[in-house]
Design a protein around this ligand. Structure first.
Ligand code: ADP
Ligand code: MG
Length: 249
């Protein structure tokens, strides 16, 4: 039997401890967090404000480094990369979506989506524009391509940010409260896009305050005081599949 190499990366946090030096002394934000996220997982991270959710995402994206412990993604220890190589590694491997979109205000939507491609050089220069337009079509805002971000609604800007996150076809997508600034209906539409990405085989990790949305992810990790309080996998997808098969049979 042919053994195929694993191309999709597993995410591993190994005893990750993170503290910050403050005027009031050292404060521990993550306390020995160990976690494995296999490829294709749809994970929500929930927990009180200040519990360490953003810090945990920043460990996975390499935006911040652990004080002790290791973050290993697809065999690569993320924080051992130099700043330059880390930026390139991130550009290819992780798409990041923020609560307040963080599109560059002086670039058009199309230019915003092309930016990561220009930076990482994965796609040939002449392919980039078509690819960016294709992504904007996928998220339903191709007609907004030549506008500046300020001309778009919040929901449209978040769609643009998702297209930008997908620019280099990264296997991992992370969102820090990606629906936190959207009304319920728009949040639902954006959430549905994350479900589509999971269906396409991507690993998606989102921080959310919205328990209704969290209940719809395959796995929910609850953080409290810098520790994993609970880590629950839901069988929803499997039972939905079961129901489908019962119908077919
Ligand atoms: P959450 O996203 O769950 O609201 P964060 O991960 O942003 O929480 O922050 C966790 C804790 O770490 C908070 O108490 C926050 O004030 C503190 N913190 C985060 N970043 C820094 C920093 N750069 N310097 C000092 N303290 C920080
Ligand atoms: Mg946060």
């Amino acid at each position: 039997m042919e053994i195929r190499p694993t191309t999709e990366p597993q995410i591993e946090l190994r005893d990750v401890f993170k503290s910050y030096e403050t005027g009031a002394g050292e404060i521990a934000v993550l306390r020995d967090v160990s976690l494995q996220v296999p490829p294709g997982d749809f994970v929500s991270i929930v927990g009180p404000s200040g519990s360490g959710k953003s810090t945990m995402l920043n460990m996975i994206t390499g935006i911040d480094h652990p004080t002790r412990g290791a973050v290993v993604i697809g065999g690569q220890t993320v924080h051992e990369l130099s700043e330059n190589r880390l930026a390139r590694w991130r550009g290819k491997n992780v798409g990041i979506i923020f609560q307040f979109f963080q599109l560059l205000p002086t670039l058009t939507i199309l230019e915003n989506v092309m930016l990561p491609m220009d930076f990482c050089d994965v796609y040939k220069r002449r392919e980039r524009k078509d690819r960016a337009m294709g992504l904007l079509e996928q998220v339903g805002i191709a007609d907004q391509a030549h506008k500046l971000p300020s001309a778009l609604s919040g929901g449209q800007q978040q769609r643009a940010a998702i297209a930008r996150a997908l620019a280099n076809d990264p296997p991992i997508i992370v969102g820090d409260e990606p629906t936190g600034n959207l009304d319920t209906k728009t949040a639902d539409a954006v959430f549905a896009m994350f479900q589509d990405l999971v269906a396409q085989g991507k690993t998606v990790i989102i921080v959310t305050h919205d328990t209704a949305l969290s209940e719809r992810t395959g796995r929910a990790i609850h953080i409290q005081d810098g520790k994993v309080d609970s880590d629950q996998r839901r069988e929803r997808n499997i039972s939905a599949l079961d129901a489908h098969f019962r119908e077919v049979v």
